[in-house]
Design a protein around this ligand. Sequence first.
Ligand SMILES: Cc1cc2nc3c(=O)[nH]c(=O)nc-3n(C[C@H](O)[C@H](O)[C@H](O)COP(=O)(O)OP(=O)(O)OC[C@H]3O[C@@H](n4cnc5c(N)ncnc54)[C@H](O)[C@@H]3O)c2cc1C
Length: 545
Amino acid sequence: MKLRRSNLLKLRRQSFDVLVVGGGINGAVSAAALAGKGARVALIDRADFAGVTSMNTSNLAWGGIKYMETGDFALVRKLCVSRNQLMQSYPSTVQEIRFFTTLTKGFRYRPGYLLLGAWVYWLIGSCFTRTPRFLPRGRIRREEPIVNTDDATGGFEYSDAYLHDNDARFVFNFVRTALDRGCVAANYVESRGARREGAWWVTRARDVIDGGEDFDIRARVLINAAGPYVDEHNALTGETTAHHHTLSKGIHLIVKRLVTERRVLAFFADDGRLFFVIPMGNRTCIGTTDTPVSDPNVAVTDADIAFVLDNINKRLKLSRPLAVADIIATRCGVRPLAVKSQPGKARDFLHLSRKHAVEMRREDAHISIFGGKLTDCLNVGNEVSDLVRSLGIALPYPAYRWYGEPPDAVRDEFFHQARLLDLDSYTAPESSEPLSTRLWRRYAAEALGLLENIREDPRQAEVLIKGTEYLRCEVAQAARREMITKLEDFLRRRSKIALVERPEDIRRSPGLAEACEILFGDAAADKLAEYFDGVPAHPPASPSF
Ligand SMILES: Cc1cc2nc3c(=O)[nH]c(=O)nc-3n(C[C@H](O)[C@H](O)[C@H](O)COP(=O)(O)OP(=O)(O)OC[C@H]3O[C@@H](n4cnc5c(N)ncnc54)[C@H](O)[C@@H]3O)c2cc1C
């Protein structure tokens, strides 16, 4: 909380080159790129960082194989290049994964034709991943007996990438990178609109946690990265743009682990769209849906759940069908899709392109970011910093590489120290990977500090919240460095505890109270109550299938 309080003061007192409104993926990469290149940057979000769309994705960094059907090869090429760059830059976080795709009778294409498409996709992606392969029905049955092959005509397997940790953690790491390079960021600070005063943007801001009076943030350039709320924020500041957002709702359900192999099972759902069974630690994430909506404030409905459960039960052979009681957690968000027409007027909704658009009004020094994907985030960061530079803001380090994992020497030193400490012997039995691998992926160079904590006091390596993998020293580090303002920030976004454990199990965990004390000190009891008051009722615990 100290970090947030001190940043709130700085937001009031300092003036900035750039203010970024919105700390989802687009705002986070903009802030990280600009701060790394030497601009004085502020970043605010009225919720938590990644607290809206960017915590509800399918966790995939993918080249958009499905856009080949609409012939948008330029987009596919661009996304494949972005995916490859992410995989190269974040080898421990963004990893190749196989998509084991099954087709059923009556589907609009035959397996051989789609296999050919998968080869073209592989070539467009610079042959960067493993090659596709054909899956005759018998092989599907042998290699993945959980797949229902009764109606199957065959299939194919190809590669894309996925985020090993969750999307929100990935986004937060860009915010943390920006903070490390001098960005002044604060979550739960709302922009209530901005006005021009000479060469300055003056943004009216409000601390939504502690209330108090509105205050002004002064910046030369204003970046609207409010995701599905970009149009709303432009209306508040009186900005007009050629692009607007059309919104598409998507949900995922998280259930017990269904597949032991680390692979994505892909199907075509009843609506003809790709539908995935994605690994998530020791759980499985199923989805998604694609429903046009006009309001970005969405929630999972019974109809959404029925659609996902119906589709999955048809396509998998389970000892009994998945039911509502099997759902551990849900994810729900809207895709902000950039369109050049008026919002809601797009005709072919499912085939709308998922390209991002960065629109600048030079005379106002105002930039709006429309659409986009996690996959394309490095391009967004670079495009935005080029535009800011073109507005005359000095970027003293224009070629600075603002993204990516630390150099190999730092990595080797971490793993060397981890071996000397015998760190992996502390790995929790429920963990899906060695402790050293997980700590490096989540914290990179900061993980060296955790080793020091454990050397000083081995109790720091104890799992604090039973059933999860999170250690006492990680919670202490989160309290110091991760701007955890509400318990949900930690349980749902910095970690993925709330995605893989049921609320009642989290509530019963003996370490939760201690975790709250580490995170919030005297406010621990209030933060705990606030979290459990806000968590939706979930289905009964401990189903089995
Ligand atoms: C179901 C689903 C699955 C997806 N799967 C993938 C995938 O697998 N791979 C992929 O690459 N992409 C995927 N996407 C797309 C991707 O998630 C989004 O395009 C991306 O997250 C949008 O990021 P953003 O930063 O624009 O918006 P957001 O993440 O919504 O961030 C905008 C932020 O602005 C803040 N804000 C709004 N108004 C204000 C204000 N007035 N003041 C301060 N802050 C404000 C909000 O609180 C929010 O945090 C998926 C999307 C959905 C919905």
